[in-house]
Design a binder for this molecule. Structure first.
Ligand code: 15L
Length: 285
C-alpha cells in the first residue's frame, strides 16, 4: 500500500489498542483512534480521537471517512452472554463492513481469536485450514467474523486480514498455556504492520502468536502477509514451569484453556460421550 496510509483504529483504549495507538503513528501512518464509551485522552496535540457505539452508522461514518485501512480491535474480548456478544461482535462488525462499503475502505484488519479453535486438544498442531472448533460464544463470534470478512471480499472487494490472536501482552507469559499462545508486543506491532502493508491479500488469515516453541499451530506454514515473528515465550519457560498447571483438567486438555471451562458439560452429564478421531466413544475430561 502506498504511503502515507490513512489508518483507523477501533478499540483504541483496549489492551491491544493501547499498544497500537502509540506504535502506528511512529511507523508513519496517519491515525484516527476510536474508543467505545469514552473519548480517548489524546496522546499528542491534535490527535484525531473519537468514540461511540459502532452499531450506529453515523459513528462508523465518522470513523471511516477518508480511511484506507481499518484496524478493528473493538468488541467484546472475553466470554459473555450471547446477547452481548451478538451486539458487539456481530451487529457492530456488520455495521463496520457496511461502512467500509460506503467509504470504499480498502482493507479491514480484523481481530479474530485463537478461541475460534479452542476446542482442539492441546496435542493437535493446527494448520491454517484447520476446522473451526469455537470454545464458546466469543470464539463462535470470531468464526462468524472470519466468515463475514470472506463475504465482503468475495462479494464487495473489501480485503481482510484476520488475525487469530493468542495471548497478546506487553509482559512475559504468565502461565503454562501462554508458552503456546503468547504474542509479544513487538511481534504484535510487526503483525499489524504487515497486515496493513502486504499487497494483494484478498481474504486471508494469520496465526497471531509469537514464534513460540510450544505453539499449537504449524508456524512453518507460510502466511500471505510476510509475518515473521521474532519473540518466543520459551525464553520464560523455566519461570513459568514452576507455576502449577491449571487445576481444572478441562482447561489443561483444550487449547482454549479457561474459556472452555465456562459452562462446560462434564462427561457424567452428557447425553452422548465424545468420540475419538477413529470414531470410538471416549471419556471427556
Ligand atoms: C482472547 O481472544 C481474549 O481476547 C483475551 O482476553 C485472552 O484471553 C486471549 O484470547 C487468550 O486466549 O489468552
Amino acid at each position: 500500500m502506498t504511503s502515507p496510509v490513512s489508518v483507523a483504529l477501533s478499540g483504541a483504549t483496549g489492551n491491544l489498542g493501547r499498544i497500537l495507538r502509540k506504535a502506528l503513528p511512529e511507523l508513519g501512518y496517519t491515525l484516527r483512534s476510536a474508543g467505545g464509551r469514552s473519548v480517548p485522552t489524546p496522546l499528542f496535540p491534535n490527535e484525531d480521537v473519537m468514540h461511540g457505539d459502532l452499531r450506529d452508522p453515523g459513528v462508523v461514518d465518522r470513523l471511516l471517512q477518508g480511511v484506507d485501512v481499518l484496524v478493528h480491535m473493538a468488541g467484546t474480548s472475553v466470554e459473555r452472554p450471547l446477547s452481548e456478544i451478538i451486539d458487539n461482535n456481530l451487529v457492530a462488525l456488520h455495521a463496520v463492513y457496511e461502512g467500509a462499503r460506503r467509504h470504499r475502505v480498502k482493507r479491514i484488519v480484523f481481530a479474530s481469536s485463537n478461541h475460534a479453535f479452542g476446542m482442539h486438544p492441546v496435542d493437535h498442531t493446527l494448520r491454517r485450514g484447520a476446522c473451526y472448533r469455537p470454545d464458546g460464544f466469543y470464539g463462535l463470534s470470531k468464526m462468524w467474523g472470519e466468515g463475514m470478512a470472506r463475504v465482503y471480499w468475495d462479494k464487495h472487494g473489501i480485503e481482510s486480514v484476520c488475525l487469530r490472536i493468542g495471548t497478546a501482552s506487553q509482559g512475559p507469559p504468565e502461565n503454562r498455556r501462554h508458552l503456546s499462545t503468547w504474542l509479544g508486543a513487538e511481534d504484535l506491532i510487526h503483525l499489524v504492520q504487515r497486515a496493513i502493508e502486504a499487497t494483494d491479500v484478498g481474504y486471508t488469515e494469520v496465526w497471531g502468536i509469537s514464534a513460540n516453541s510450544r505453539a499449537y499451530y504449524d508456524m512453518t506454514e507460510p502466511n500471505e502477509i510476510g509475518y515473521s515473528p521474532r519473540q518466543n515465550a520459551e525464553r520464560w519457560a523455566d519461570e513459568v514451569s514452576s507455576i502449577a498447571a491449571h487445576a481444572d483438567p478441562v482447561a489443561s486438555h483444550y487449547q482454549g484453556g479457561a474459556f472452555v471451562v465456562d459452562d462446560y458439560t462434564p462427561a457424567t452429564a452428557r447425553p452422548v460421550l465424545a468420540r475419538k478421531d477413529n470414531g470410538e466413544l471416549k471419556e471427556a475430561p
